[in-house]
Design a protein. Structure first.
Length: 236
């Protein structure tokens, strides 16, 4: 919480390294090989899903970074300011004085984590799609082998079988690689960055509320009660 833009710097460093690796893979022809060898087109589908949720998770990182900056700078805006105002409103609803913030803190954490959990779900889904691609690849590799064996061992037939096996193994291997790297690693890093940042922000907000905001509510109620007693005494 000390450095306002620490989350943004982590995102920038991590993605710079990832794009550098992606650029090297493109120069080596590995990306083209991956998509060309995947007859199931699952790799293309996963790449599109990754691109969409990379943008979504990056926007979430920028939003959380802005919330952290507003909280650290003490600006009267953002989720922290709204949370402190909710505490004051709860205190007024209960006649003033200190309040228990456990329910409001849980609601704050849940609200901030909703978008984060979506990123986690998509990351795990892409890994699962990669595993499904592995199964599909083995199905392609083994499909028709029984018929080929029955029809004999001609050279053309053997070439066809070998081509089918190579195509199936390409699907199996490359879909697993794409799902693991793009989903399990890249989006997984985005999820961990968001999770740690949201957790740290919530802890900071709750601690500040406990130390600074809630005691003032109690002091305000005490002052109001004292003023009421003084007024009653003066009237008497």
């Amino acid at each position: 919480m000390k450095y306002n833009n620490a989350l943004l710097y982590k995102w920038l460093i991590g993605n710079s390294f990832a794009f550098l690796v992606l650029y090297v893979a493109w120069l080596q022809g590995w990306i083209e090989l991956t998509f060309r060898s995947d007859a199931s087109y699952l790799s293309v589908a996963m790449a599109v899903v990754f691109a969409i949720f990379w943008v979504v998770s990056s926007l979430s990182i920028f939003r959380i970074n802005r919330e952290i900056s507003q909280f650290v700078d003490g600006k009267p805006a953002g989720v922290a300011a709204d949370y402190f105002e909710s505490l004051r409103q709860k205190s007024r609803n209960h006649g003033g004085g200190t309040v228990d913030q456990s329910m409001l803190a849980s609601a704050l954490r849940g609200r901030l984590l909703m978008a984060v959990q979506t990123i986690n779900y998509v990351s795990n889904l892409m890994v699962l799609l990669g595993l499904i691609g592995t199964v599909v690849g083995f199905v392609i590799a083994t499909a028709g082998l029984g018929e080929s064996i029955v029809q004999g061992e001609g050279v053309d037939r053997i070439k066809g079988v070998l081509g089918q096996i190579v195509s199936g193994m390409g699907v199996a291997l490359f879909t697993t690689i794409v799902g693991s790297i793009l989903g399990g690693l890249w989006l997984g890093v985005h999820y961990q960055l968001l999770l740690r940042a949201v957790t740290g922000l919530v802890i900071g907000i709750v601690e500040k509320a406990e130390i600074e905001v809630i005691p003032r509510l109690g002091a305000g109620a005490g002052s109001a009660a004292g003023s009421g007693k003084s007024a009653s005494a003066a009237a008497g």
